[in-house]
Design a protein around this ligand. Structure first.
Ligand code: SF4
Length: 451
């Protein structure tokens, strides 16, 4: 990595610099080979970035907003920190939520604050790959890095996702197209299957498209498991339930058994449809089963937000569980449905919310939104999101990756350093969280606001 020296002949000319090998945090691919051209506080070129990455970099601008507000009115940073700490320490059932679009350093402090206030720590995983997090605990995960997939995978199954549009460089950089050590001809050495309920843009890039009937992923995965084990299955029942002919699945299984390294890459079309965590379990178990036939198979979730994988990592290594963790009794308790934010809010249970780098007010259910609006909330966001608009205390933050350094985890659990392009007038999530943590700790230790 290098940052070229800024150049400017005269003071009127823009200050130019190039940041090599910068990291895009727009999606879970976390591409770390982007060369950014920066003119003053604008990014004007993003070499190697995909269309989504370019939009992420080019649309970034310094917000014309106060550093902090209380009830919508501008206040000093110090006043906002104290009010935030007061809200969090006064609450009996506070919930900390978000965390998928910030650094792992900030995530760690957010868990610490939640521990001090005895609240729930939950992340956006609870509304995307939460079922996979539950399934890992049930059946385990045969896993690998994206580098291994690039260098070894000769059979790819994309299940319930549309990477061509959601993760545009996944095909070209990590999975389908690149030449690798054991697949020297790249695409020609790989066989690819898409399983989905509709023919998306990704289907065009496949060798086989399986259009599964909606809400039948579990049955399809178990049919493949049965075929892998040589168990006789009823072709008519399979066709009626999944919409797919048995001989197509038999042919696919034959190829799967003949492959050297297979990867199942699954998305929210699998995890958030009927069955949820049992769908994830079925696909993880299928990958595990396939290892009995002499060759290696793995299954990996395709993660969406830039550092949602880091959120899972940090919450897991801090508490033992990946999301939806209640710390109120002084030890962690994990119970999705009971301690997940959308549920806690929809039932009207939480009495304060601490939202970091997320916008639940624009995408939760109406009962959850109504309750969120009715309780005091502390929100950290670089943009004036819908959630920031209704916040009691709102902090405008610097944008991770563009303005702040730190660590993020790629979707394959590999940590990647950030190389910021330019400074922001606003503080980072990490700095704000540290200040809140200091104040919270003082208050809890003194017993000042503990209910
Ligand atoms: S694939 Fe994702 S991380 Fe890579 S450049 Fe595109 S948006 Fe950014």
């Amino acid at each position: 990595m290098s940052v070229a020296e800024p150049t400017s002949e005269t003071s009127d000319e823009p200050v130019l610099k190039v940041v090599e090998d910068a990291t895009c945090t727009f999606c879970g691919c976390v591409c770390d080979d982007i060369d950014l051209t920066v003119e003053n506080d604008r990014i004007t070129k993003a070499k190697s970035a995909c269309v989504l990455g370019k939009a992420w970099f080019f649309n970034h601008h310094v917000e014309d907003r106060p550093e902090a507000t209380i009830d919508g009115e501008p206040v000093t940073y110090e006043a906002a920190v104290e009010r935030a700490a007061e809200i969090l320490t006064s609450a009996r059932y506070p919930v900390t939520y978000g965390l998928s679009d910030t650094t792992s350093e900030a995530q760690r402090v957010a868990v610490a604050v939640t521990d001090w206030i005895g609240g729930i720590v939950d992340t956006t995983t609870s509304v995307c790959h939460g079922p996979s997090g539950m399934a890992f605990q049930g059946v385990g995960e045969v896993t690998c890095t994206l580098g291994e997939i690039k260098n070894r995978a000769d059979f790819l199954v994309y299940w319930g996702g549309n990477p061509a549009e959601s993760h545009p460089r996944h095909f070209t950089k990590y999975s389908l197209m690149p030449k690798g050590d054991h697949v020297p001809r790249g695409r020609k050495d790989r066989y690819a299957v898409l399983v989905d309920v509709r023919k998306t843009k990704s289907a065009k890039a496949m060798d086989l498209f399986l259009q599964v009937k909606p809400r039948s992923d579990f049955e399809l995965a178990w049919t493949l498991r049965a075929l892998a084990k040589g168990i006789e299955v009823d072709g008519q029942a399979v066709r009626d339930k999944t919409g797919i002919e048995l001989d197509v699945l038999q042919g696919m299984m034959e190829r799967m058994k003949g492959s050297n390294f297979g990867a199942i890459l699954f998305g929210m079309g699998l995890t958030m449809t009927r069955g949820k965590h049992v769908n994830s379990e079925a696909v993880l178990a299928l990958a595990r089963d396939m290892n009995e036939y002499g060759h290696r198979w793995v299954a990996k979730p395709m993660r969406g937000h830039g550092n949602v994988t880091g959120a899972d990592q940090v919450v897991s290594w801090s508490t033992g569980y990946p999301f939806g963790v209640h710390l109120g009794r002084g030890y962690p308790r994990f119970n999705p449905g009971e301690y997940t934010t959308s549920d806690v809010l929809a039932r009207g249970e939480a009495d304060a919310a601490f939202i970091i780098a997320s916008d639940p007010y624009s995408n939760f259910s109406q009962p959850a939104r109504d309750h969120l609006k009715s309780i005091p909330s502390v929100v950290l966001d670089p943009k004036l999101s819908e959630t920031a608009r209704i916040a009691t205390v709102a902090f405008t933050t610097a944008t991770y990756g563009i303005n702040t350094p730190g660590t993020v985890y790629r979707m394959d659990d590999v940590p990647i350093p950030l190389r910021p392009a330019f400074d922001s007038p606003f503080k980072s999530d990490y700095e704000i969280l540290k200040a809140i943590e200091t104040s919270v700790r003082k208050r809890v230790r003194s017993g000042a606001s503990r209910p």
